[in-house]
Design a protein around this ligand. Structure first.
Ligand SMILES: NC(=O)c1ccc[n+]([C@@H]2O[C@H](COP(=O)([O-])OP(=O)(O)OC[C@H]3O[C@@H](n4cnc5c(N)ncnc54)[C@H](O)[C@@H]3O)[C@@H](O)[C@H]2O)c1
Length: 250
């Protein structure tokens, strides 16, 4: 029987690439996302490479729904060995531009969502005596990004949650690691660029933020997750690994 990996945000971008990569590596994938059409597309892509994936449509901010979907996954797919929290949203705003509703939404998706999936999944991992949790944070969890106040706060919170889970559960066989990508070319970035007054100039500016002069690919982030989830990553725990083409080195 294959090990089970749960991937949130698997309908798009980094989540889709991660689900596909882990399926190629032999995991059976349980995918959580709000977007059922996107999940169906990811399931098709995984099927095409001979992998196994089950979609679960869920709002990750809803504690009851996350609890019941996690129990359903445990019964119908199996207890997860790996949980990858990828789902997230952005908000382009300073503190002064951020409404209460926007702040609460960003925190709910980017920080409460991972808290809920971890709280629901940890008991299943503890029963097995092992498990790896990878949280996709951001360089915004490491440094301040201009005009991204709530986003940076949510991702710094996720890095803190990662460390706390590692400290509390390392001796019970659990590893918890954060990955902090720089700009990664996904549907999310595509939307930002297509809404810019000059999409070509905006694209060049986004690429130039990385020392490498290009954006990362979702597959590069997925490769890091695969390393962390597998036996070669077993000495990494409680860390926040930056994957940003040198963006934060300058
Ligand atoms: N793309 C980047 O440049 C970049 C850089 C650093 C970090 N990240 C992080 O990587 C993660 C994925 O980003 P992406 O670029 O692939 O984004 P994306 O928009 O392509 O995918 C995000 C996915 O999360 C899902 N989602 C959002 N809210 C949800 C909710 N409440 N319940 C269930 N699913 C929900 C969306 O439906 C979508 O499928 C995010 O956490 C983001 O903060 C992205």
């Amino acid at each position: 029987m294959s090990a089970v990996a749960v991937v949130t945000g698997a309908a798009s971008g980094i989540g889709r690439a991660t689900a596909l990569r882990l399926a190629r590596d032999g995991y059976e994938i349980a995918m959580m996302d709000l977007d059922d059409a996107g999940l169906a597309e990811t399931a098709t892509l995984i099927g095409e490479v001979g992998g196994l994936a089950r979609p679960f449509t869920v709002d990750l901010c809803d504690p009851l729904a996350v609890g019941s979907v996690t129990r359903e996954i445990a019964v119908t797919v199996g207890a997860p060995e790996v949980l990858v929290n990828v789902a997230g949203i952005g908000l382009a705003a300073t503190v002064l531009e951020t409404s209460d509703a926007d702040w609460n939404r960003v925190m709910a998706v980017n920080l409460t969502g991972p808290f809920l999936t971890i709280r629901a999944t940890l008991p299943l991992m503890l029963d097995r005596g092992s498990g790896v949790i990878v949280n996709i944070a951001s360089v915004g969890g490491q440094v301040g990004l201009a005009g991204r106040a709530a986003y940076c706060a949510s991702k710094a919170g996720l890095v803190g949650l990662t460390r706390a889970v590692a400290v509390d559960h390392a001796r019970e066989g659990i590893r918890c690691v954060a990955v902090c990508p720089g700009t990664v070319e996904t549907e999310w970035i595509g939307k930002i660029l297509s809404n810019a007054p000059d999409p070509v100039a905006a694209r060049a500016a986004m690429a130039a933020r990385q020392l490498d002069g290009r954006m990362g690919s979702p597959e590069e982030v997925a490769a890091m997750v695969a390393f962390l989830a597998g036996p070669e990553g077993r000495f990494v725990n409680g860390a926040a690994l930056v994957l940003d083409g040198g963006m934060t080195a300058a």
